[in-house]
Design a protein around this ligand. Structure first.
Ligand code: BES
Ligand code: ZN
Length: 870
């Protein structure tokens, strides 16, 4: 048996073809019983069958193997569940005959509280708490529900039967074919599924209502919610029906199942899960309430639905061969969800918001502790950690870069042929490149290997010299170090106008281009912008001359929103890496005073938060002026937007209003705080008051928390009351996310305690961690004090979030040591990568503080900006 231990993958001398699975959950005892008969093909001589199982008790007497072509039944001599390796080793004492046979296993398990495997979630019905049973199998937890070959490449068909209380709704991947009521229980059997991976199998049992619609070609689509919430499912239903038709055309393959159910689960560790035909969601990612959801909530629902439905093709129909290629699933679904959302809601200009994905990808990938997109996985426990910004956001960004290099039409055609070729099968990254290479005639594999097989990305420096442009790439690190990586970079640039875009592949370290006929009108001092529309996954560093021309172009509104975003974001990153003084960054920021585009302003706000924090550590004496400068920066847009919804205003303005007012509240802007308080009072009297529509509630809540102290708690108590009263998850999150912005550390501590209390579902605790800069120290002490509790009570995905949220805001070398020391005795594989990344960020911050302290002209610059008259 030892030979099967500590292996990254199962041995393949027997492979599954079909599972006949029966489960009987007991919702009040939180247990389940099950049996499975697996059609297995024995393809090599073996005495053993090895498959996955974990946290199950296997009924050894029930285990048998019956070859199809004989009447002999093989009984095992030994059945071992090795918990450490999550495998079930069945030893038969004699060699099994080659060919098909049926492996039967009986087992029992617990409906756990960890939001993975087969688990229970709690909901209220008529004022009574009830349990529902739900599965979450990705990446490797199907084995916690039934013994199986729990690897994405081991596809099989599934015939599922559930024995459940007769008053409940039982759902699975496929439609019900038969329901037999048998006293208080009913047996629900589902149609057999097409061939699919184990991580996509799903079951949900509970009390639900639904709304229903059909696609034009007859796929039945339903949204299931808790009883009484079905109106909130209508928006997602509409998006789903629209998206299914769109993907059918885009992938040139129809949705393959007869039905699609989507369901809101009150306790859910991820955002949503693409189970084949039964997609599960957090409530916030599926439910939309006309009265109380914000525009940002609506957009979230649309993009999450579009993402999960993309997986029905990209992931479910064609599945990654192994977790190394996870990014194929996630990066692609993320990218294509923008395509779908853009087609359904063009007024959202969602592609401009795609830059948030790219920025987050660049941010994580600028760390030495990042990893390549294609990452080796040697143990199931390592998989969780790669559901990160590299797989999702860098993945989506490099796909976008390639699509814009190859052209939309060629890209789509090649994709459709990739899907067709690998339907009901598995694929690796190189298979996608091969399809795109064949479709385009371009060297896709060679180009893309530089982006997926090595971590990091380049910063491209441009200089003008003797009417020539010099381009040079080097690896970018947020720490300011330079690495040795080299990429094949699709460079684009425009000079003085967008009419002519020039492009080339930078394949070497540096290249010079003739700049004589650079600008279309021959203007030698025209602006030059690289990475046009920010479709490339790299940063750009301009020489001083070019940077000044760009600042001028921003002030005069010559550039597109995406390019304005890019210049700002790259400058911020260069500043953090100490390649650009903070003085220059804030001078550039001032050029955005009249900015009105949602994405650009939203990023500008994020940057002011970060600059504000680092400056508070480095130069506390300048903070009054810095805050005043930031307030000035937002005055123009705040006045344009006002507090009240304008008739016919755009979705983006609605989102922007909330963010601008939140920023002004955070900055302690007096008028904003007063107005917020007036509107909040009206809201306390009437939850439907037009004075506080959902888009500006967060701003009001943040404003209220700015003046809460231990002796002035009224605002805090009121917010807790609203939290307790609402049954809308988005409202709860809005409040939870606002509470920790309080400057009083004692209140912050209370908020942190509240986050771990039974009043907050464990899926939501992380929202309470965004503490004010004054609360940073208290949060760290609290984390240490509660670490054992957190490790014991939170699921695998959530624990790393506690570490990054609490550790990364620090900015001193002493803190690095302190944190290292604490975790040295708390070794835990599942947070190892996150901890290293967070510590690297603290080091970067600490170095940044030092360099800001050495800046000579910063004081003068902020003084001038704080009092500049426009
Ligand atoms: N496949 C994932 C769900 C998942 C995430 C399973 C992590 C196991 C571990 C799903 O398709 C997904 O990506 N969900 C996202 C939302 C999406 C819109 C980015 C999520 O859960 O955050
Ligand atoms: Zn996904």
């Amino acid at each position: 048996m030892e030979q099967f231990r500590k292996q990254p993958r199962l041995p393949k001398f027997a492979v599954p073809k079909r599972y006949d699975l029966r489960l009987k959950p007991d919702l009040s005892a939180c247990r389940f019983a099950g049996s499975v008969s697996i059609d297995v093909d024995v393809v090599a001589d073996t005495r053993f069958i090895v498959l996955n199982a974990a946290e199950l008790s296997i009924n050894s007497g029930s285990v048998s193997f019956s070859p199809r072509n004989s009447s002999k039944v093989f009984e095992p001599s030994k059945v071992d569940l090795v918990e450490e390796d999550e495998i079930l080793v069945i030893d038969f004492a004699e060699t099994l005959p080659l060919g098909l046979g049926v492996l039967a296993i009986g087992f029992e398990g617990i409906l756990n509280d960890k939001m993975k495997g087969f688990y229970r979630s709690i909901y209220e019905h008529n004022g009574e708490k009830k349990n529902m049973a739900v599965t979450q199998f990705e990446p490797a937890d199907a084995r916690r529900c039934f013994p199986c070959w729990d690897e994405p490449a081991c596809k099989a068909t599934f015939k599922i039967t559930l024995d459940v209380p007769s008053e409940l709704v039982a759902l699975s991947n496929m439609p019900v074919i038969e329901e037999k009521v048998n006293g208080p229980l009913k047996n629900v059997s589902f149609q057999e599924s097409p061939i699919m991976s184990t991580y996509l199998v799903a079951v949900v049992v509970g009390l639900f209502d639904y709304v229903e619609d059909h696609t034009p070609d007859g796929v039945k689509v339903r949204v299931y919610c808790q009883v009484g919430k079905v109106n909130q499912g209508k928006f997602a239903l509409k998006v789903a029906v629209g998206t299914l038709s769109l993907y059918k055309d885009y992938f040139a393959v129809p949705y393959p199942l007869p039905k699609l159910d989507m369901i809101a689960i009150p306790d859910f560790s991820a955002g949503a899960m693409e189970n084949y035909g039964l997609v599960t969601y957090r409530e916030t990612a599926l439910l939309y309430d006309e009265q109380h959801s914000a525009a940002a909530n609506k957009q979230r629902v649309a993009t999450v639905v579009a993402h999960e439905l993309a997986h029905q093709w990209f992931g479910n129909l064609v599945t990654m061969e192994w977790w190394t290629h996870l990014w194929l699933n996630e990066g692609f679904a993320t990218w294509v969800s923008y395509l779908a959302t853009d087609s359904l809601f063009p007024e959202w200009k969602i592609w401009t918001q795609f830059l948030d994905e790219t920025t987050d990808g660049l941010r994580l990938d600028g760390l030495a502790e990042s990893h390549p997109i294609e990452v080796e996985i040697n143990h199931a426990a390592e998989i969780d950690e790669i559901f990160d910004a590299i797989s999702y956001r860098k993945g989506a960004s490099v796909i976008r870069m390639l699509q814009s290099y190859l052209g939309a039409e060629c890209f789509q055609k090649s994709l459709a042929s990739y899907i067709k070729k690998h339907t009901y099968s598995n694929a690796k990254t190189e298979d996608l490149w091969a399809a795109l290479e064949e479709g385009s005639g371009e060297p896709v594999t060679k180009l893309m290997n530089t982006w997926t097989k090595q971590m990091g990305y380049p910063v491209v420096s441009v200089k003008v010299k003797d009417q020539k442009l010099e381009f040079e790439q080097s690896q970018f690190f947020s720490s300011g170090c330079t690495g040795n990586g080299q990429w094949i970079v699709p460079i684009t640039f425009c000079c003085g106008s967008y009419e002519k875009k020039k492009s080339f592949l930078l394949q070497t370290k540096s290249e010079t281009h003739d700049a004589k006929e650079l600008s279309s009108d021959g203007n030698k001092s025209a602006w030059i912008k690289l990475n046009v529309e920010q479709t490339g996954f790299y940063r750009v560093k301009y020489d001083e001359e070019l940077a000044a021309r760009l600042r001028h172009a921003i002030e005069n509104n010559y550039l597109t929103a995406t390019d304005r975003f890019g210049i700002l974001d790259d400058s911020f990153a260069l500043c953090m890496a100490r390649q650009l003084p903070l003085t220059s960054l804030i001078t550039l920021m001032a050029a955005y005073r009249e900015e009105l585009e949602y994405t650009v302003l939203s990023n500008l706000i994020t940057i002011t938060y970060k600059v504000g924090r680092i400056a508070a550590d480095a130069r506390p004496e300048l903070m009054d002026n810095i805050n005043q400068f930031f307030i000035n920066l937002f005055q123009y847009s705040a006045e344009k937007l006002g507090w009240d919804v304008k008739q016919g205003e755009s979705h983006l303005d609605a989102m922007l209003r909330g963010e601008i007012l939140t920023a002004l509240a955070m900055l302690g802007h007096k008028e904003t705080l007063n107005e917020a308080s007036r509107r909040f009072d009206a809201f306390l009297n009437d939850r439907n008051t037009p004075l506080l529509p959902p888009d500006i509630r967060k701003a009001a809540y943040v404003a209220v928390m700015q003046s809460v102290t231990s002796s002035n708690r009224a605002g805090f108590e009121s917010l807790l009351r609203v939290y307790r009263e609402t049954d809308l998850s988005q409202e709860k999150i809005r409040i939870l996310g606002s509470l920790p912005s309080c400057p009083d550390p004692a209140i912050v501590l209370e908020v942190l305690k509240f986050s771990l209390s039974p009043e907050v579902r464990s899926q939501d605790a992380i929202y309470g961690l965004g503490v004010s800069k004054e609360g940073r120290e208290v949060a760290w002490t609290w984390l240490k004090d509660n670490w054992d509790f957190i490790v014991k009570n939170f699921g695998g995905f959530l624990i790393p979030r506690f570490v990054s949220a609490v550790v990364a805001p620090f900015a001193s070398f002493e803190k690095v040591e302190e944190v290292e020391e604490f975790f040295a005795s708390q070794e835990k594989a599942s947070i190892a990568r996150t901890l290293k990344q967070s510590l690297e960020r603290v080091n970067i911050n600490a170095n940044w503080v030092k360099s800001i302290q050495a800046e000579k002209y910063l004081g003068e610059a902020v003084q001038e900006l704080a009092y500049r008259k426009y």
